[in-house]
Design a protein around this ligand. Structure first.
Ligand SMILES: [Zn+2]
Length: 286
């Protein structure tokens, strides 16, 4: 009886063990399935990610506008770096401005010499250490030899403005040449230098006269019409509003208002770093 009981309990035990074994296998299978599911899911996710990446890449490649905008952004940033460059270059510019004072400008006076206003002008120019260019009329040279002598002594450039302020293209070539040569001779006599430049009255000149006289014509770039307005303030405002490096300012030293304007213009432009030069720095002789 006891043996039977033992057998029975052994069989029960074995059954139980096998049941446990089977159960464990099924569990492990489930776990493995789950794991593989999870794995497959996660690999799917990866695939999705790579898809989204590739789709992103597609977007970025196919969406030209995106590219363009990014390019634009790049260009913007390069612009901004350009800006910073230009900022630095602007500081460079200001450096050149500083080194410069290379901002050069010429102030010129026509129709003198005048016994009073030209002398006043010469005093003011000397005080300011400014060299100017004078285009003188032969008649006035004859009448004011001391003034033109001083003009030359002070180091200003003297040019020809005809003997009697005629419009050279309205008279015969012979008369025109006489007007010019007579004045050049007077300048040579009183100033001790032979003029190389001419400012033809009203800006009118001809190729024939250029060849015949061998003088280089000089016009102007800033004209406040000082002879017409006869007002210091408006002349100063006109010039300061327009003046830039390389300009040739036209004034007339036969008016007190113009001489006063010249001083204010010089003081203001010097404060801005301008250097006053004579026109031979801008216009080389023929
Ligand atoms: Zn004139």
């Amino acid at each position: 009886m006891e043996k039977r009981n033992i057998y029975l309990s052994l069989i029960l035990l074995l059954t139980l063990l096998s049941a446990i074994f089977i159960y464990q296998i099924s569990i492990s299978n489930t776990i493995q399935t789950n794991i593989s599911r999870i794995k497959s899911n996660s690999s799917n996710k990866h695939t999705n990610n790579s898809d989204s990446k590739s789709s992103k890449a597609d977007t970025s490649t196919s969406d030209n506008s995106t590219n363009n905008s990014s390019t634009n952004d790049n260009s913007k940033s390069s612009n901004s770096s350009d800006n910073s460059n230009s900022d630095s270059s602007s500081s460079d510019t200001s450096q050149t401005d500083n080194t410069d004072e290379v901002k050069k400008i010429a102030i010129t006076f026509d129709d003198g010499p005048h016994p009073k206003y030209t002398l006043k002008l010469l005093d003011g120019l000397k005080e300011r250490n400014v060299k100017a260019t004078f285009f003188v009329i032969g008649e006035n040279v004859s009448n004011n030899p001391d003034v033109i002598k001083r003009m030359a002594e002070d180091g200003h450039l003297i040019g020809n403005h005809t003997y009697s302020h005629v419009q050279l293209t309205c008279i015969s070539e012979e008369k025109a040449i006489t007007e010019i040569n007579k004045t050049s001779e007077l300048i040579t006599t009183y100033a001790g230098v032979s003029p190389k430049y001419i400012r033809p009255p009203y800006g009118m000149y001809s190729d024939a006269l250029k060849r015949e006289t061998n003088l280089t014509p000089v016009l102007w770039t800033v004209d406040p019409r000082d002879w017409s307005v006869l007002n210091t303030d408006s002349v100063v405002k006109h010039v300061l509003k327009r003046a830039k490096s390389g300009d040739i300012i036209l004034l007339h030293d036969i008016f007190d208002t113009s001489v006063e304007a010249a001083f204010q213009i010089i003081d203001a432009l010097k404060a801005e770093g301008y250097e006053f030069v004579t026109v031979d720095e801008f216009i080389k002789v023929n």
